[in-house]
Design a protein around this ligand. Structure first.
Ligand code: PMP
Length: 440
């Protein structure tokens, strides 16, 4: 029987049918629908540590981690306890409250920002950072990189990765040409293309936005010195450098990806965006940066930005509790587990004769089903993947109880709760999955 004939997950299949009757595609975010890999998405009922359990009672080792937030694993007892106490005290006040100060202090301590504004999603963070950059510079153009995803912001949904790539769409209907006409798209890691764009449009470019390390076309690290080059090129041209750390922030090091390059190289972005880990599994995100820029934001300055649930007491409690628990030992564990899982997957694929590239940016990593290259540096290369092999590999792993991203263009996420038992289960599932990919 194939996965499509739903032999082993009747409860997920029934829920999916009900969901499709009341929600487009049966989901609230496209990649969850399994369109790229086919079959029935599993409806999860609970999570604990490195495991997810679906509504049919099947347990999976989770290598998605809610797409990044679950740094400590699911339902960490201290986070749950803090959240329960916060919820009992009231769920939203629409006034300032202490947890948002605690979270902002934690962010300011760990990263190069002087101050932050809290929002509810990564999309809001990048949208607001771009508005602020335009407001501060008085310029309109934004430069972004093909394959980098910054949320579903109109002006940034151009040659974007993540779900858009999964469905093979060039962009999306509904975004006015007037929005994308203000966006310059260049290949990732291509310094010559950046220079060319600045030579042509330099005095009109408000900002360059990049993922601190690309994670939304699979994991594609910046080439050594690339982010520093962007920072310097922006400064030379009067543009602002926005580093999007929604995915990498508080994950690849305690200071995010900046902790792996900028901190050592002596530069800092003008603005940064954060999300995922800083919300501890709740909707919380942020943008922040230099004081002279952040002070242009309402109510101090003229650039308007606001949110009914921004700094929500439960979300911020989950966030600062998570960050306080994210000690150096946690990052050591994440790095070790990520290296182990990546190596195990790569060895199994090599053994089965499947051409691939196993690539990492810190503890963010993914497998590219590509042939004829030992590194992937941009979107064009990432798109050359054999998605049929990914699909076969994905379903074999799922059948064996390992939950991978249901798209070839996504990074894999581990947590500090991934212990030897979880890794053994991944190791046991890999050889057959690699053989399935070889046969695809
Ligand atoms: N920026 C990056 C780098 C991301 O990875 C994402 C989400 N995958 C976003 C922005 C958008 O965040 P959200 O889904 O919370 O809107």
């Amino acid at each position: 029987m194939t996965a499509e004939s739903t032999p082993d997950f009747p409860a997920s299949a029934a829920l999916f049918e009900r969901a499709r009757a009341v929600s487009p595609g049966g989901v609230n975010s496209p990649v969850r629908a399994f369109r790229a890999v086919g079959g029935t998405p599993r409806f999860m009922a609970s999570g604990t540590g490195p495991y997810l359990t679906d509504v049919d009672g099947t347990e999976y080792v989770d290598l998605v981690g809610s797409w990044g937030p679950m740094l400590l694993g699911h339902a960490h007892p201290e986070v749950i306890d803090a959240v329960q106490r916060a919820a009992a005290a009231g769920t939203s006040f629409g006034t300032p409250s202490e947890p948002e100060v605690l979270l902002a202090e934690e962010i300011v301590t760990r990263t190069p920002v002087d101050s932050v504004r809290l929002v509810s999603s990564g999309t809001e963070a990048t949208m607001s950072a771009i508005r602020l950059a335009r407001g501060c510079t008085g310029r309109d153009l934004v430069m972004k990189f093909a394959g980098c995803y910054h949320g579903h912001v109109d002006s940034l949904l151009v040659s974007a990765g993540s779900g858009v790539v999964t469905f093979g769409l060039p962009g999306t209907p509904g975004v006015p040409e007037a929005s994308t006409a203000q966006t310059i798209v260049v290949p990732y890691n291509d310094t010559a293309a950046v220079e060319k764009a600045f030579a042509e449009y330099g005095d009109q470019i408000a900002c360059v936005i990049t993922e601190a390390a690309a994670g939304n076309m699979g994991a594609v690290p910046p080439l050594p010195g690339f982010n520093k080059f962007l920072s310097e090129t922006c400064a030379r041209n009067g543009a602002l450098f926005i580093s999007d750390e929604v995915m990498t922030g508080f994950r690849v090091s305690r200071s995010g990806h900046w902790g792996l390059d900028g901190a050592a190289e002596g530069w800092r972005p003008d603005l940064l965006t954060f999300g995922k880990v800083m919300g501890g599994g709740f909707p919380a995100a942020a943008f922040g940066g230099r004081d002279d820029l952040m002070s242009r934001l309402a109510p101090e300055g003229p650039v308007y930005q606001a949110g009914t649930l921004s700094g929500n007491p439960i979300a911020t409690t989950a966030g600062y509790t998570t960050l306080r628990l994210a000690t150096d030992a946690v990052y050591e564990q994440l790095d070790a587990v990520a290296g182990q899982v990546r190596t195990l997957a790569s060895e199994a694929l090599t053994e089965a004769g499947v051409p691939h590239v196993a690539q990492a940016a810190g503890n963010l990593f993914s497998i590219f089903f590509v042939d004829g290259t030992d590194t992937v540096t941009d979107f064009e290369q990432a798109q050359a993947q054999n998605v049929k092999q990914h699909k076969a590999f994905f379903h074999a792993m799922l059948d064996a109880g390992v939950y991978l991203p249901p798209s070839a263009f996504e990074s894999w996420f581990v947590s500090a709760a991934h212990d030897d038992r979880a890794i053994e289960r991944i190791a046991a599932a890999l050889p057959a999955a690699a053989r399935a990919a070889a046969a695809a």
